[in-house]
Design a binder for this molecule. Sequence first.
Ligand code: FES
Length: 136
Amino acid sequence: MDRKQFLSEMGLGAAGLFVISCLGSCSKSGSTPVASSDFTIDLNAASSLALKSLGGYIYTNGIIVAQTLAGKYIAVSQACTHEGVTVTYDSTGDRFYCPAHGSVFNDSGVVVNGPANSNLREFNTMLTGSSLRVYA
Ligand code: FES
């Protein structure tokens, strides 16, 4: 049995597979899907050292994780909801900014300025010692 025949017998075409692979993570084609919505970051690891600084941020698992200037950890999906470009964190404004067309999102991922018209997905954070859990 080849792949096409298998999918046909399972009642799934290419469109069905696309829907399954994007459930809950893709808002537009070209956006970066969130790979995992429950993981822990070791703040002592070299890859996450930026998070030990006020205003620092990193990208991991399709999520941008930042420490605000007030010392709070925040996390939202990194793909802009307009056309999927990766957003950055602006610590002085405590907001996320998309360099492509200028959309701005607050620290919870809510659209402040378009052209994006839907919010970034917000994730919870919980700090335990030097471990930062990010979860839905
Ligand atoms: S892709 Fe972000 S504003 Fe257009």
